[in-house]
Design a binder for this molecule. Structure first.
Ligand SMILES: Nc1ncnc2c1ncn2[C@@H]1O[C@H](COP(=O)(O)OP(=O)(O)OP(=O)(O)O)[C@@H](O)[C@H]1O
Ligand SMILES: [Mg+2]
Length: 444
């Protein structure tokens, strides 16, 4: 018979759980306080409440793992915040059961875990800078925790502003490499010719302007994590060089023939569809497989609207800190605005909207996030007037002309800063680039 150790400080919950498990044919030992446990060695599974009276479940878990106990653990908790989930996953928690849960849910989970009985490695704790309680994000955080406990390459996929950068850092901060550097290289921001030198470093005189021997980002991240942001924008030619590095962790500085080695964990991110790019011959398939040992897909905000209220509160708090304002919260009507909005720029757009509203509100409660600013009634009236004045020949061109006007205006206003323009439009930098190309709008 499989035996289960149950740690739960609340008496009625403990008895109820014990009964359900015993009825299902497991043998159960239940304790109120982890101190009452002599040894966990004889159990097949530990069910642990995260919030115990005298000690945090996570601390207990950490201690357990440090002693080398690798018993499978299922955690039960009423408040599954991201940090708890990430830490729990790092301490080899197999699953998290949110209270209240029903009998079937519990039994199904226990059954599954006992069949798998596998654990991941042991790590330490994190800081709380990330928000999300939706089911979709809970899945993401679990993967982040697992990714942190391995040395595998991670690929973060998701629309602009969903939090890929943030999660890359969280993975590093939770990994055994956290004392070593976390180095970012943005493959779309650096001109093609410089990217290789930035990545691999160079020898003095390797090219005009190479005035001294210089370490690349790979070497700078020795022992730590290299974050390849916007990997979809890496030029094809460079992709094979990166692949070579990923395969055997060796590389050459530009202009040098001495092979160098680096101990680096790689995380990459993109908002582009790499599979499509592979089909179009723009991204190397072999590189894709190398990079995607663990794939974490971060869902757009509109697919996890439950996270919006917490994110709004979080950003109000942060904005108050940064601006010294004293905004207490948000009116229900304004929050409703946020709940109904499209959020094409995802969390980044939400953050910007909240920061702006905090600056305008200063104290008290935010009354509106002004989300319809750009699509409001005034604009409708103006557009209506334009359309009415169009000649028959002009109908066809109307959309592209409107788009052209807008893009030209933005290119001037932001001096050709495509990242910024993509951000205000809530589209990806690459969508913007292809629009600019299609309309042959030049750089300013
Ligand atoms: N779950 C979250 N909790 C708190 N802050 C978040 C969360 N997700 C994103 N943010 C914040 O939103 C902003 C945008 O996130 P980030 O830069 O990580 O997005 P991204 O996916 O890398 O976007 P892009 O594809 O445009 O580079 C950042 O300021 C980040 O800190
Ligand atoms: Mg990013």
């Amino acid at each position: 018979m499989k035996s289960i150790l149950l740690i739960e400080d609340e008496k009625s919950a403990r008895y109820a759980l014990k009964r359900v498990l015993e009825d299902a044919g497991y043998s159960v030992v239940d304790v109120e306080d982890p101190d009452d446990i002599q040894s966990v060695s004889n159990f097949n599974l530990l069910i642990l409440d995260l919030k115990l009276r005298n000690v945090s479940g996570i601390d207990f878990l950490k201690e357990l793992r440090e002693k080398g106990k690798n018993i499978p653990v299922v955690v039960i908790t009423a408040y599954a915040n991201p940090q708890n989930i990430i830490s729990a996953s790092r301490y080899g928690v197999i699953d998290i059961l949110k209270k209240p849960f029903d009998r079937e849910e519990l039994l199904e989970l226990v059954d599954r875990v006992l069949k798998e009985e596998e654990v991941s490695e042991v790590r330490t704790d994190t800081k709380g800078l990330i928000v999300g309680e939706s089911e979709r994000m809970v899945e993401v955080f679990k993967k982040v925790g697992l990714a942190a406990s391995t040395d595998m390459n991670v690929l973060l996929i998701g629309e602009t502003g969903v939090g890929k950068d943030l999660l890359a850092e969280v993975i590093h901060e939770n990994s055994p490499r956290k004392e070593a550097p976390f180095v970012v290289i943005n493959c779309s921001a650096i001109p093609e010719t410089l990217l290789e030198a930035e990545l691999f470093g160079y020898r003095k005189g390797a090219f005009t302007g190479a005035v001294k021997d210089t370490k690349g980002k790979i070497e700078q991240s020795e022992g730590g994590t290299l974050f390849l942001d916007e990997i979809g924008d890496m030029p094809f030619a460079l992709q094979s060089k990166l692949l070579r590095f990923l395969e055997n962790r060796t590389f050459y500085r530009l202009g040098e023939d001495r092979e160098r080695k680096a101990d680096v964990r790689v995380i990459a991110a993109t908002n582009r569809n790499l599979k499509e790019m592979i089909a179009e011959g723009k991204f190397r398939e072999d590189l894709y497989y190398r990079l995607s040992q663990i794939v974490i897909e971060v869902p757009p905000l509109r697919e996890r609207r439950e996270d919006i209220p917490k994110l709004v509160d979080f950003f109000i708090g942060k904005a108050n800190q940064e601006f010294g304002t004293n905004v207490k919260g948000i009116e229900v009507s304004a929050l409703k605005e946020a709940m109904d909005y499209e959020w094409k720029g995802n969390v980044r757009e939400l953050k910007n909207a909240v920061y702006k509203a905090v600056l305008e509100t200063k104290k008290g409660f935010i009354e509106t996030l002004n989300l319809s600013d750009s699509g409001g009634e005034e604009l409708d009236v103006l557009l209506e007037r334009c359309i009415r004045n169009l000649s028959e020949q002009e109908y066809r061109e109307f959309l592209s002309r409107a788009e052209r006007k807008l893009l030209e205006h933005l290119m001037r206003k932001y001096r050709g800063n495509k990242s910024k323009i993509a951000q205000v439009l809530g589209i990806s930098r690459n969508t913007l680039k292809s629009k600019l190309e299609a309309l042959s709008i030049q750089n300013f």
